[in-house]
Design a protein around this ligand. Structure first.
Ligand SMILES: C[S@@+](CC[C@H](N)C(=O)[O-])C[C@H]1O[C@@H](n2cnc3c(N)ncnc32)[C@H](O)[C@@H]1O
Length: 368
C-alpha cells in the first residue's frame, strides 16, 4: 500500500496482484500550483462556468423497483426534499434534481482527475457482478455498465432518484447500507463505494459487509473526500466564509451527527480495509482545486467543474448542517450563502479539497 506524494507528475504501476496489473496505471497527482494570473488584484470572479456538462439533464424520476408509498414521502426542509423517514439514517444532502446535477458534475470532475478513468482497482475485463453502494444519481453505475456491457451492475441508495432509462445491464435498488446487507457471501466481483462521507458511523462495519459479499479474488474500491477546504498558501482567510461557514459547519456537524466529514484526516478507509481482511491494499490521495486557479490545464478544468458543482448547490451542501449546528431557521444563513458563493468565485483564493482512493482484493482465487 502506498500513499502517493502529491507532487509527482509521472504515472506509476502499482504492485498489486490480481487483475491485469501490467496494463494497470494509476494516474498520480500533478503539482497543484496557482497560475500567475490567479494572484493579481482585481478580477476576483472565476467566470469559466459557461461550459455545460453533457452528463446533466438526466431524467431522475424513479427507480425500476416497486416502491412503497412511504419511501416516496420525502422530508422537506425549506423547499428541498430529503430521503424518506422510513430509513433510520439521516443523510445531509437533498435528493432533488438540483443536488443530483451536482452529483453528476462531481462524477465528471473525478473522472477528469483520474485521467478519464472511473475507477482505479485492477479488475479483470470479464467482471460479471458489480455493486455500487450509495449510487445517488446512478451516474457511475450507468457509465460502468456502458463500459462493461457483459457485467450486471446493481446500484443501491436510500432514495429512488435514479433515471428510468438506463443500460439493460443496470438496475437500482433501495437499500440502507448501514443496515445488514442482504446479499449472499461472495456475490460480487467488484464493489464500488464513493462519497459516503457524512453518511457512515461505522466504516469498519461497512467494509466488513463489502468484504463478505465480494467473491474471493474480487475487488472493493472506496473513494472519499474531506469536506474541509484547505489552501497551501494561506489564501483562505480565517474570517472568510469558507472558514467561518463551510469549514465550521462540517467540523461541528460531524461531532453532532456522530459521522465523519473528514474520512481522510481520520484515516478511516485503509484501517477499515485492513480490519476487514483485504490484501493488496493500495491508497492514492489527490488534491482537487476549487476554481480554475491552477497552472496545470487539467487541474484548471477539474477546478472549474468543482466550482460548478458547489455553486450549483451550496444550499444543498449546507442547509441541513446549518439547521443541525446553528438551530432550525437560525438567522444569517442567506448572508453566509451569498458570501460563500463570492468566495467560491474568487480566483485569489487557492482552495482545494482532498480525495482518497483505496482499493483491496479479497484473498482467494475467483472460481470460474
Ligand atoms: C454524495 S452522494 C454520492 C453518489 C454516488 N456514490 C457518486 O459518487 O456519484 C451520496 C449518496 O449516498 C446515499 N446514501 C447516504 N447514506 C446512505 C445509506 N445509509 N445507504 C445507502 N445510501 C446512502 C445518498 O442518498 C446519496 O445519494
Amino acid at each position: 500500500m502506498a500513499d502517493q506524494p502529491s507532487t509527482s507528475a509521472a504515472a506509476a504501476s502499482p504492485t498489486s496482484a490480481g487483475g491485469s496489473p501490467s496494463a494497470h496505471v494509476v494516474p498520480q497527482q500533478v503539482e497543484l500550483v496557482a497560475a500567475p494570473d490567479s494572484e493579481g488584484p482585481g478580477d476576483d470572479d472565476d467566470d469559466a462556468l459557461a461550459d455545460s456538462d453533457s452528463a446533466l439533464g438526466d431524467d431522475a424520476a424513479s427507480s425500476t423497483n416497486s416502491i412503497t408509498a412511504s419511501i416516496m414521502e420525502y422530508r422537506t426542509i425549506q423547499g428541498r426534499t430529503y430521503h424518506s423517514e422510513k430509513h433510520n439514517s439521516k443523510y445531509f444532502t437533498p435528493n432533488d434534481e438540483q443536488q443530483l446535477q451536482s452529483q453528476d458534475i462531481t462524477h465528471h470532475y473525478l473522472t477528469l482527475l483520474l485521467g478519464d478513468k472511473i475507477f482505479l482497482a485492477p479488475i479483470p475485463d470479464n467482471v460479471e457482478k458489480v455493486l455500487d453502494i450509495g449510487t445517488g444519481s446512478g451516474i457511475w453505475a450507468i457509465d460502468f455498465a456502458d463500459q462493461y456491457p457483459n457485467a450486471e451492475v446493481i446500484g443501491t441508495d436510500l432514495s429512488p432518484t435514479q433515471p428510468l432509462w438506463v443500460p439493460p445491464n443496470v438496475k437500482f435498488e433501495l437499500d440502507d447500507c448501514t443496515q445488514p446487507w442482504t446479499w449472499q457471501d461472495g456475490t460480487f466481483d467488484f464493489v464500488h463505494i464513493r462519497y459516503l462521507f457524512g453518511a457512515i458511523a461505522d466504516w469498519n462495519e461497512l467494509f466488513r459487509q463489502a468484504y463478505r459479499v465480494t467473491k474471493p479474488g474480487g475487488w472493493v474500491q472506496s473513494c472519499e473526500a474531506d469536506a474541509e477546504m484547505l489552501s497551501d498558501d494561506n489564501t483562505i482567510a480565517p474570517d472568510s466564509s469558507i472558514e467561518l461557514f463551510w469549514n465550521m459547519l462540517y467540523r461541528s456537524a460531524g461531532k453532532k451527527l456522530g459521522v465523519t466529514f473528514q474520512p481522510i484526516q481520520d484515516d478511516v478507509q485503509v484501517k477499515a480495509f485492513e480490519a476487514a481482511g483485504f490484501e493488496d491494499i493500495q491508497s492514492y490521495t489527490y488534491k482537487f482545486p476549487i476554481g480554475g486557479w491552477p497552472q496545470d490545464k487539467t487541474l484548471q478544468e477539474v477546478g472549474q467543474y468543482v466550482q460548478l458543482t458547489m455553486l450549483n448547490d451550496v444550499e444543498g451542501y449546507t442547509l441541513f448542517l446549518w439547521n443541525t449546528v446553528m438551530g432550525e431557521n437560525a438567522p444569517g444563513y442567506q448572508e453566509f450563502l451569498a458570501y460563500m458563493r463570492k468566495d467560491l468565485k474568487n480566483k485569489r483564493i487557492h482552495s482545494y479539497m482532498k480525495c482518497r482512493y483505496v482499493f483491496g482484493r479479497k484473498p482467494g482465487t475467483a472460481s470460474a
